[in-house]
Design a protein around this ligand. Sequence first.
Ligand code: ARG
Length: 432
Amino acid sequence: MLKARIRIAFFITLLVGGSALAQDRVTVIRAGQLLDVTSGNLLSDQLIVVRNDVIEAVGDASRIRIPNGAIEVDLSAATVLPGLIDAHVHLTSDATVNGYDSLARSSIRDAIYGTYSAGQTLAAGFTTVRNLGASQYGDVALRDGINDGEVAGPRMLVSGPSLGITGGHCDSNLLPAEYDFNAGGVADGPWAVRQKVRENVKYAADVIKFCATGGVMSKGTTLGAQQFTQEEMNAIVDEAHALGLKVAAHGHGTDGIKSAIRAGVDSVEHASILDEEAIQLALENNTTLVMDVYVSDYILETGAEVGMLEESLAKEREVGAIQRESFRRAHEAGVNIVFGSDAGVYPHGLNGRQFARMVEFGMTPLEAIQAATVKAAVLLGLENQAGILSEGAYADLIAVAGDPLDNVAELEAVGFVMKGGEVFLDELSGND
Ligand code: ARG
């Protein structure tokens, strides 16, 4: 039902867009409440004028002139806020395919799955995502298909294959030696990792991801063990930054997290086991932490059913609670934390469930919303373009029926989604 609605909305938009190429598409949205995510103010009775894919004007309904011929969208009974941003997803990963079953999935099949998960993600109100790790550049293909208007999905920043050591979390360790298989981003040594960065840039990645420690979902890796030496991490960050790309490091264990921060990464993903020094280092280096504090629930409740390795479940039982405590402490210390869910390990479209967890572990609802809007936009290099409703920004906006500052779980039930001026989901306005 939901899927059908998204598709219909998408194709109608394509038809309208296609037949009126020369003409501007102007939409005026009437917002009963509008959340200014920067100030935290809920403003009543606002108008947002959208021309083509950007916001042309926003302000009090009494002051904004409605352009002739504009399509009106009445969200006067709803709360409007910027489209949400998830800084850590895997759109080409199906959460129900795990362990040895994953060996039977081709990268092409994964990319086709991505055309489905992209729609689920967009319909959940996430109009921008950062995709951190995909084999065979399936993420690049998906991003380009979305940008070319063939696939309904969020704006994507993509990493291509994650860099990792031989046998590490970002390798594939399921097959025995005679198969002689390793994942596309595996490299050992400073020059070899620089070459991988260059390769990912060559094939059009937007960001570089590497694995600084073991992980939960990988076979044979230890959460606490550092992967890559300091020298290798320095080389990755130096090369990526020289080429103008930011760097995200997967890290659970304390040593690997600290080395990644010292190397100058822009964000640490998961950031599970933080001591005081790690928190201080993050503060001093202005490092952002992207902490997926919901996914543990799914792994522990559903992991066995969907075929996750017993080894992974055991690691999650150890790390889930520690990560949530680290989240609380890092947030209290004032570390910059951005919203990232690791959707793909859990089903796409449920990204919004993380908000309630972020509030449970110490954020105010506004802080959690800022982590998925203004702050995430800065990490992605999209400040003033995404995560904000202001003149000149992308017309990416969502609406919910209630007040998310009162109950942040409202964001689990987004009822209206516009991306780049196109309506992808509308269960709130009463428009046809
Ligand atoms: N992709 C991550 C890994 O395999 C998932 C970690 C999930 N657990 C957590 N507590 N955040 O390591």
